[in-house]
Ligand binder design. Structure first.
Ligand SMILES: [Zn+2]
Ligand SMILES: [Zn+2]
Length: 664
């Protein structure tokens, strides 16, 4: 683990002390009021009143900020690393010196996972859910506000709670997905068929390519999950996925796809904080359209109206019925890259004239990459190809200029008589400002000679000056504001590189987020333990924003993060105190008193030393508890000297190592 020098940059949240992290985490948890309410209503922690839901969530949300791995054992370690007064204030240690036990936290976290697995409905459907006679389930219309408190809601809720109000929210978002590998070890054989294409298109090339590179294996054939796909590891939700090849990285992985929304700069280049606006976790290779739709619905639930949605190329091939048509209704504009195949010109596409015209006629237009062009588009401009990946700047500029030139031949949006109808004006028409000169339109021919000339023949019908209504459902998948490949489009699309930076933040800088960072099985638990990483990320983005804009951050971290900071006695950890009473409680002594529990000596900040030890001790969260294994003998509280071993070092021998993640 990379431990930065605390003296170097106190603004950098990586230098956060546990106390500072707890104070920020408390701020986040208190803002995620809905989470506390929904979980609080259903939690049943009779034996564990000492541990409040709020404290538990604070411990959880601290993890990313103090660079701990995400696991319930770490929740306790994080809480125990707080100054003693804060531990007392949070109820981690009670007045008799009893310390919240590892088992209590594990049980509580398991209960939260169960609640999220059978989610509470927050907003019900506003339409008939199924045909009363046939029982056929109706699909939700785009406007359906349905929302349930599931794991993605949980993670996204905290993402929003970690965005301070005084930092402007982005208007435009980019959408991307990345792999989230489970730490479970591969047991069963890899089967190329197991990697379904999440893009929902018939793509023989996809499966053929996978078969070709599939590693040979002598492992046994695995069982099938309820979704009919092989379960290759002990993680019942982990599925085979495919990720883009990077040096030194296996293209196949077991785990989940993580779909995210990230704020990007505005259309005019205005900078916005690159907060993470949502995360949806699905078993790897699940249909990406459903996950993306959920992402958009979650954003809408949080009151976000997305203006430009910049979609990664992976999404553009999604089925228009299942994703793009509804998506176009949820966001104002879409910006996306297209595959060369999608960008193939379809000339001779015929359309029916606008009803308002004297008579209905059929005219010829060219449809290229979701945009409409006049049939007078010169031949050499129809089949343009985007610059190759390794093209140099000159080449890129040259090709971009051709795309810009072609764009002049495109129809422009004219007016919108009704929400379903869009009129388009031909490029040589008055409405388009005579972008091109067409021999069939004398007025356009009088325009400046530097305007490009169409390839039309005088007297032969062309569509250059027509105003048309184009009803083309196939275009939904490619339709976008700027014409694909042009300078304007490139500028707009390139805003999404913020996402790439976002992931590297996640994975390498913020929390050393990687395969073993989220140390549990199952999509629900993954989301729960991924949420501290999102929180850490958004808080870091906020801190950077405050620093770059000379604003004062609301937590007073400069003061708190000073290495010699002492919790003022009159404060008694007031930031983290407030309530400790979320749960129904009746006084009854906690049954577990842990060894060294009454340590009057708080653990000093950042016991990173525990980290490595703990890695070896950490056990599989899904393994049933060994009877009596975690029960520590009751022991009279006895103050411990400062020089003794760290408070959390367990006395039991490390568990079997059978479930260690394999190091591939
Ligand atoms: Zn619905
Ligand atoms: Zn023409």
């Amino acid at each position: 683990m990379n431990i930065p020098d605390r003296e170097v940059d106190r603004h950098n949240w990586e230098t956060m002390t546990p106390l500072a992290a707890a104070i920020v985490a408390a701020w986040v948890v208190d803002r995620a009021e809905e989470v506390r309410r929904v979980l609080g209503e259903r939690l049943n922690w009779q034996p564990h009143r000492q541990l409040s839901l709020r404290t538990l969530l604070i411990g959880l949300q601290m993890l990313g900020m103090v660079g701990r791995r995400s696991h319930h054992r770490q929740v306790r370690l994080a809480l125990r690393s707080l100054p003693f007064a804060a531990q007392r204030a949070l109820g981690v240690v009670d007045e008799r010196g009893t310390v919240v036990s590892y088992r209590q936290i594990e049980k509580a976290m398991t209960q939260i996972a169960r609640i999220l697995e059978s989610p509470t409905v927050l907003v019900d459907h506003d339409h008939d859910k199924a045909d009363p006679e046939t029982g056929e389930v109706f699909p939700c219309p785009v406007t359906c506000p349905f929302m349930e408190a599931d794991h993605d809601w949980f993670a996204t809720k905290f993402a929003y709670a970690a965005m301070p109000e005084d930092i402007p929210r982005a208007l435009d978002m980019s959408m991307d997905w990345t792999d989230m590998q489970t730490w479970a070890k591969q047991i069963f054989r890899f089967e190329p068929d197991a990697v379904t294409d999440p893009k929902d298109v018939d793509d023989d090339a996809h499966s053929a390519a996978l078969t070709a590179v599939a590693p040979k294996s002598k492992r046994p054939k695995g069982p099938l999950g309820p979704d009919g796909r092989p379960v290759p590891s002990k993680d019942q939700d982990g599925r085979w996925g495919h990720r883009s090849a990077r040096p030194g990285v296996d293209p196949f992985f077991i785990g989940a796809d993580n779909h995210t929304l990230l704020g990007v700069p505005g259309r005019d280049g205005t900078q916005f904080a690159a907060f993470l606006y949502g995360a949806v976790l699905v078993p790897a290779s699940s249909y990406a359209g459903d996950a993306a739709m959920k992402l958009l619905r979650l954003a809408r639930y949080h009151g976000v109206e997305i203006r430009d949605l910049i979609a990664d190329r992976g999404y553009t091939r999604l089925n228009p019925d299942r994703f793009w048509r509804p998506a176009h209704l949820l966001v104002e504009e879409v910006v996306m890259d297209l595959t060369q195949n999608q960008a193939k010109p379809k000339v001779d596409y015929t359309i029916v004239m606008d009803e308002g015209q004297p008579e209905e006629r059929v005219v010829r237009i060219a449809r290229i990459a979701g945009s409409f062009f006049t049939d007078g588009l010169p031949e050499e401009l129809t089949g343009l190809e985007r610059p190759a990946r390794n093209a140099d700047r000159e080449e890129r500029e040259r090709i971009q200029k051709l795309f810009d030139l072609r764009a002049r031949f495109a129809f422009v949006r004219h007016d919108r008589p009704s929400p379903d109808t869009q009129r388009w004006a031909g490029p040589a028409s008055r409405y388009a400002g005579f972008k091109v000169r067409c021999p069939n339109n004398d007025q356009s021919m009088r325009a400046a000679h530097k305007r490009p000339l169409t390839s039309c023949v005088k007297g032969v019908q062309c569509s250059c000056s027509e105003v048309v209504v184009i009803d083309d459902p196939d275009t939904d998948r490619e339709r976008q504001r700027h014409i694909w490949g042009t300078t304007k489009w490139t500028k707009s699309y390139n805003r999404r590189t913020v996402v790439e930076r976002g992931y590297s933040d996640d994975k390498y800088q913020v929390t050393n987020f990687n395969r073993a960072s989220v140390y549990c099985f199952g999509t629900v638990k993954h989301s729960i333990y991924y949420s501290p990483i999102i929180v850490a990320r958004n808080i870091q983005v906020a801190l950077r924003w405050y620093r770059d804009h000379d604003m004062v951050e609301p937590w007073g971290l400069d003061e708190i993060c000073r290495p010699d900071y002492k919790l003022p006695p009159e404060l008694g950890g007031v930031h983290v105190v407030e309530d400790n009473l979320d749960l129904p409680s009746e006084a009854e002594p906690a049954d577990v008193v842990e060894e060294g529990a009454a340590s009057a000596e708080p653990a000093e900040e950042g016991d990173e030393g525990d980290e490595d030890e703990d890695e070896d001790e950490d056990d599989n969260t899904d393994r049933p508890a060994r009877p009596g294994g975690n029960r520590k003998q009751r022991r009279a509280a006895k103050p411990r000297s400062r020089s003794s071993r760290p408070p959390d070092k367990p006395t039991k021998p490390p568990p079997r190592r059978a479930t260690k993640p394999d190091e591939q």
